[in-house]
Design a protein around this ligand. Structure first.
Ligand code: ADP
Ligand code: GN1
Ligand code: MG
Length: 371
């Protein structure tokens, strides 16, 4: 068995409708939350691949309700794509593989939740972008995704993680972790703690406007980092938005903001050499162009006005979450080395610092699209 495989997948695979023989599996991707494997199944002499995931049920407390959200969203996207000539549902949306008893997940005897998706072939995810076109394509795909979900029937989606993007609430959690300092790590993060403290006032802008109705609540993805969209090998198009675990009611600003966070950086999210971490205005410009192309017709003027701010806000929020997790002992985001969550926090705060410096230039780019 591949040493990176933590589970006996041969005990899981027979419960899904794969219709073939399991040939092997390997750990896949660089997500921080679920255990993801690429599964190789031989089907009538053909090599087929699937994604098999153990869902992190510490992070997602109600897996059946979360999977019901994903079922609703992917079914709706399938219906939308069916109206578009030449579209290919199994490459342009996640497709759930159901279990033998027609459920979108399997609960094993150890209490692990599993799910499977069709593997999107001839496309890749990237941990950071290397060209303006990738930024444009990724943003266009996320905007298209939001656009397709504007008329999702059946009432609001289940709120998978309450207050997921409630930045003031995230700040309170950070303060509680700091007060407890249960591992004595605060001393090693003084600069980051001060950076965070100085920015508390700006945390409530979006949640306040959602509460007052100045900003609309929509169906949003909520985890739009660059490695959650697949870019097509042949033409570079953003072909499929993946990782739908956090699809729920939210603000488009958190989605756009997380695209800014992960798509405008010249280095990986956990880069230790901060001199390599550069906010790239050229990538931001392409990101705005791609997003406005697919989302511009439904965004309100206030949403558009806040696009540059949303980049700073969510980059700060995610940095704060990494810092909180570092102080709490790395219980949420999987660490792969010592101090990993502090490294991740540092790159985020460095990006915030640079976005603050470039705020006017970012505003000027977005202003071109204001109605
Ligand atoms: P996590 O929540 O841990 O981030 P993801 O659902 O994003 O898990 O999956 C991790 C990685 O696996 C993705 O970044 C992507 O590279 C790959 N992946 C996930 N789903 C698919 C799919 N349907 N087809 C191809 N690759 C996928
Ligand atoms: C997690 O699942 P993944 O790795 O795509 C996290 C996001 C963070 C991101 C930081 C459910 O995303 O909120 O922005 O890490 N997902 C969850 O890289 O907490
Ligand atoms: Mg992911």
């Amino acid at each position: 068995m591949n040493p990176g495989i933590k589970h006996d997948l041969s005990k899981v695979v027979p419960f899904f409708r794969f219709r073939g023989i399991m040939k092997g599996a390997e750990p896949w991707g660089s997500g921080h939350i679920n255990d993801t494997y690429r599964l190789h199944i031989e089907q009538g002499g053909r090599d087929m691949y699937y994604i098999l995931q153990r869902i992190n049920d510490k992070v997602f407390p109600d897996v059946p309700k979360m999977m019901d959200n994903i079922r609703r969203v992917t079914t709706h996207i399938r219906e939308k794509l069916a109206e578009i000539p030449g579209s290919n549902f199994s490459r342009e949306s996640l497709s759930i593989i159901y279990t033998l008893d027609d459920k979108p997940f399997y609960l094993d005897v150890y209490g692990n939740f599993w799910r499977a998706y069709v593997f999107v072939e001839h496309a890749q995810t990237y941990d950071f972008v290397s060209s303006p076109d990738q930024a444009y394509q990724a943003a266009k795909a996320f905007g298209r995704f939001q656009s397709m979900l504007r008329d999702l029937p059946g009432g609001p989606l289940y709120e998978v993680i309450p207050d997921f993007h409630n930045t003031p609430r995230r700040f309170e959690k950070f303060q509680a972790a700091l007060a407890a300092d249960k591992l004595g790590r605060a001393a090693s993060a003084q600069a980051e703690i001060e950076f965070a403290m100085a920015r508390q006032d700006s945390t409530s802008v979006v949640v306040d406007k959602l509460a007052s109705g100045e900003l609309p609540t929509r169906v949003t993805h909520n985890d739009t980092k660059i490695n959650n969209v697949m870019l097509n090998d042949a033409d570079g198009h953003g072909i499929c938005v993946i990782d739908l675990d956090t699809v729920m009611p939210g603000s488009v600003l958190y989605d756009f903001g997380d695209e800014v966070r992960t798509t405008t950086a010249s280095a990986a999210e956990d880069e230790r050499d901060l001199s390599k971490v550069k906010f790239r205005l050229d990538l931001f410009s392409e990101l705005v162009r791609g997003y406005m192309e697919s989302a511009g017709d439904f965004l309100t003027p206030e949403e558009v006005r806040l696009l540059p701010f949303s980049g700073r806000l969510i980059t700060f929020e995610i940095g704060l979450r990494f810092l909180t997790d570092y102080l709490e002992g790395d219980t949420y985001f999987k660490p792969h080395r010592e101090g990993h969550n502090l490294d991740r926090c540092r790159t985020q705060f460095e990006m915030v610092r640079q976005m603050e410096e470039q705020a006017e230039a970012m505003e000027a780019i977005v202003a071109k699209y204001r109605k």
